[in-house]
Ligand binder design. Structure first.
Ligand SMILES: [Zn+2]
Length: 107
């Protein structure tokens, strides 16, 4: 069993198993300060560039803009949901998301 992940409609949606699951128009709350200096940062997504799965977590590569300071940048790995028993369980965009660190080793 594999999960089919892709972006649709020029990055407006993330499709999971040929079903539109995550819309780009949500505001996501990011906490780690890697996107901009705001903590938390309220980031309105503009487009999904790519989507991937990291373990059981579905991560999106996206472009977004901070509603407070106006920083517009790419987001390397935004967790948008997870795979449970081959089902997709989306995260609530209004919940606080922790960005996956690119090299997430903490010493
Ligand atoms: Zn900001």
């Amino acid at each position: 069993m594999s999960i089919a992940l892709r972006t649709l409609d020029d990055g407006a949606w993330i499709s999971v198993n040929d079903s539109r699951q995550v819309s780009v128009s949500d505001v996501w709350t990011l906490t780690t300060g890697t996107f901009c200096d705001c903590t938390p940062a309220y980031v309105l997504l503009e487009a999904f560039v790519d989507v991937d799965v990291d373990g059981s977590t579905v991560v999106a590569h996206a472009v977004g803009q901070c509603l407070e300071c106006g920083t517009r940048d790419s987001i390397e790995a935004l967790p948008v949901g997870r795979i449970v028993n081959d089902d997709f369980r989306p995260y609530d965009p209004e919940g606080v998301q922790w960005l996956v660190e690119p090299d997430g080793e903490r010493t």
